[in-house]
Design a protein around this ligand. Sequence first.
Ligand code: GLN
Length: 475
Amino acid sequence: MSDLLDLTAAAAAERVRAKEIDPGELFEAYRERAAADELNAFTWVADGPPAEAPAADAALGGAPLAVKDLFCTEGVPSQSGSRILEGYRPPYTATVVARLHRAGAPLLGKTNQDEFAMGSSTENSGFGPVLNPWDRTRVPGGSSGGSAAAVAAGLAPWALGTDTGGSIRQPAALCGIVGLKPTYGACSRYGMIAFASSLDQAGPLTRDVTDAALLLGQMVGHDRRDSTSLEFPGELTLPSAEDLKGIRLGVPEELTGSEGGVEAGVRERFEATLRLAEQLGASVEPCRLPHAPHALSAYYLIAPAEASSNLARFDGVRYGLRVDGDADLLSMYERTRSQGFGAEVKRRIMLGTYALSSGYYEAYYGTAQKVRTKISEDFREAFEGFDFIVTPTSPWTAFELGSKTADPLAMYLNDFCTVPMSLAGIPAVSIPCGLSEGLPVGFQLAGPAFSEGRLLDVAYALEQAIGFDGSEARR
Ligand code: GLN
């Protein structure tokens, strides 16, 4: 049994297809693990086998999937980590989840997250914080913290998360697993409870790069229900690169220097990984992203602005919680929203509403959009001389529960290295690159739009050279 749980998802799927493993047994083994979750990683776990057994030759081989709470799943609680959606069971399933079901990854459970994906520690969840399996006094990162903790702890073979400004990559880094944010538009957003629609993307959280490629390959593609989704150019094959000959890696001073406050232990692992890349044949040179230091400020205007609009629909009438007021409708809205939303969500709604208010719109939202364009241009220029840009994923390793909750700006700094790629809409992956004082460190690689195939190939070659062992967190 423990052998079964030691397999990566791709390895388990392979054995299922070879009829060496029964997919029902695989599902049940994980279901038992997930049901005994001590990390608060799950908000809901399947109570029995999937209604439809996966086809014997399915690409994903029946490897069960943990899904972030904010993906709508028919008849199953989908609450986006918020009390305002407590008990909400949607009448339909998000496109990417449905695609993965059809490809042979049945729903294992829904995972805990920061409320409406706003946060970097999963402490903003309306359903309590998630614990990091490497050290239970620490956060798993966020907002996809439940998905990251579940995969790292071996409670699920793989998971779905979403990334708006870092919410797949940063928890992957803090939990010692692989997390990929695809190109904006690569995956359908239909059925994802929206945070910031111009930034939100679904992506895989997995034990290794091969699993990420396998899962992503079944997620991408145009969906007529999401007009921003695109056909993925070319095919995504499993990564196989053994070296990095001819690959030019750019290291942006703006994101790796003192400004982002990168911790010494993280810097040390980052630099050791750069040396490994050189040994594999890559060239590693400094590059420039002059506007990247302004990414956080622009993001924390654009994302709250979009959120304030997206969250207007939660009014006590259509979904979830309703707190009755006096006879008038307005007091019902007021009470529902003031009791249903948590403090961080309220802060973002106020920030966003202010940024969009007439008289301030141009000065705040308009300026942030111009900065966003500048950041995209920086990347475009950098990719003329480099194949990929590399940075630490997060400036620091997993921090103690409660240590940043009183200071929102300190919490926002988690996203320093991940937000620029989100604003530019380009793909980026975080892979574990070793430990610092016993805690995992993430290495981020970003490439031009739709370079996922090559990006994962490079990540794979590095992963083999790094040889990170995550088994300690699965015990
Ligand atoms: N931590 C960032 C925020 O709070 C990013 C969250 C995300 O990517 N969903 O907005």
